[in-house]
Design a binder for this molecule. Structure first.
Ligand SMILES: NC(=O)C1=CN([C@@H]2O[C@H](COP(=O)(O)OP(=O)(O)OC[C@H]3O[C@@H](n4cnc5c(N)ncnc54)[C@H](OP(=O)(O)O)[C@@H]3O)[C@@H](O)[C@H]2O)C=CC1
Ligand SMILES: N[C@@H](CC(=O)OP(=O)(O)O)C(=O)O
Length: 348
């Protein structure tokens, strides 16, 4: 437990796309860490990872891994969180969970620190990190809500393959090579793992992220809808989403349409609000072709906003182009920010 050298941390899923970014960011940041445990499945147990000039051996995660751990950052999939987060909490560990396992539970705060930091205080051992597409959208929209009020959100996403983990990056590389080598490509469903199938992603666009729900929306779309309302504390806010996977590696982009509650605003009014918002950077100068892209946002911690335009037919409607790194602000950095707030405010 906490001692004069700091806190004992564990990263669950340390060898995955998100976990690797968490370890890299912890190395860069100044969290008071006494001991760091890196946990994975049996597959990666025994691997060595260098952290602050010392080698740490990856261990297979099990209930006893959490003995004497103060904070555990989970990014190993929902079923692992369901199995191991309660075991960690039983041992006195506070869990920051990156998966969708607990996000909509009433007693679990769902937090983007720039938006609803105070919700962390209400935790009972688990704090949930929101979906990556949701995080960047609410980080940009909360300041607009505070300034003018929001009465509707409609979003279409353009999401990178790394959102589906390290294996999806490999899949895009392999399919791209095949395509460029003029090898035969199929447009049909391909087996992925278990009984899952999806269409090829290279040189394609897939209007399906995660599984379809009975209402015709995908689970990714429903996460954006439900999580945004919870984080913004606006349960009645109309939110609609279409989520699309595209063949690039990192950072998600979003075309967001909002209705604000105030009449007569201009695009520059919205720019001014966002220029003063924590964690948001406005890159919006059409005359000079300035706007964010997935490549320009890659490996950065902020949320970037450009292409702010007023709807020509509707005084209260505005379009925004919101881009952020799904593995950094959408996952690793937001998780670490929550851990920082837990420590700084003594909310453990
Ligand atoms: N990618 C993204 O943009 C985002 C992802 N997330 C969430 O983070 C989680 C991980 O995603 P991502 O990093 O992309 O996935 P990856 O597939 O890249 O990595 C999965 C990680 O989980 C570990 N793992 C798998 N099975 C077990 C197990 N039984 N016990 C312990 N560890 C296990 C893997 O270890 P091993 O090396 O041994 O296989 C690996 O470290 C997902 O739940 C996802 O929902 C959340 C927000 C954004
Ligand atoms: N589903 C997101 C990433 C992710 O893992 O989200 P979640 O943590 O909500 O399952 C994507 O594919 O881009």
């Amino acid at each position: 437990m906490e001692n004069s050298n700091g806190y004992n941390l564990a990263v669950v899923g340390a060898t995955g796309a998100v976990g690797q970014k968490i370890v890299q960011l912890l190395e860069k940041k100044d969290l008071p860490i006494n001991d760091l445990k890196l946990l994975s499945s049996e597959r990666s147990a025994g691997k060595k990872i260098v952290f602050k000039n010392r080698e740490i051996t990856v261990e297979a995660a099990e209930p006893d891994s959490f003995e004497a751990v103060d904070i555990a950052l989970f990014s190993a999939g929902g079923s692992i969180s369901k199995r191991l987060a309660p075991e960690a909490v039983k041992r006195g560990t506070v869990v920051v969970d990156n998966t969708s396992a607990y996000r909509m539970d009433d007693d679990v705060p769902l937090v983007v620190p720039e938006v609803n930091e105070d919700d962390i205080k209400k935790h009972n051992g688990i704090i949930a990190n929101p979906n990556c597409s949701t995080i960047q959208m609410v980080a940009a929209l909360k300041p607009l809500h505070e300034a003018y009020g929001l009465s509707r959100i409609i979003v279409s996403t353009y999401q990178a393959v790394s959102g589906a983990g390290n294996s999806a990056n490999e899949e895009l590389k392999n399919q791209s090579k095949q395509f460029l080598n003029n090898e035969e490509m199929t447009a049909e469903l391909l087996p992925v793992k278990g009984d899952k199938k999806h269409y090829p992603i290279a040189f394609n666009a897939l209007p399906q992220i995660d599984v379809f729900q009975e209402n015709g929306y995908t689970f990714e779309e429903m996460k954006m809808i439900n999580e945004s309302k919870k984080i913004l504390h606006l349960p009645e806010l109309p939110v609609s989403a279409t989520c699309v996977r595209l063949p690039f590696f990192q950072s998600h982009a979003e075309s967001v349409y909002v209705d604000v509650d105030k009449d007569g605003l201009s695009a520059s009014d919205l720019q001014d609000v966002l220029r003063n918002a924590e964690g948001v950077i406005v890159e919006d100068d059409p005359a000079n072709q300035v706007y964010p892209t997935p490549l320009s946002a890659m490996n950065k911690e902020e949320v970037f906003v450009g292409r702010i335009r007023k709807d020509m037919d509707h005084d209260n409607g505005f379009h925004l182009w919101i881009v952020s790194d799904n593995l950094i602000k959408g996952a690793a950095w937001n998780t670490i920010q929550i851990a920082e707030r837990l420590i700084e405010n003594k909310w453990l």
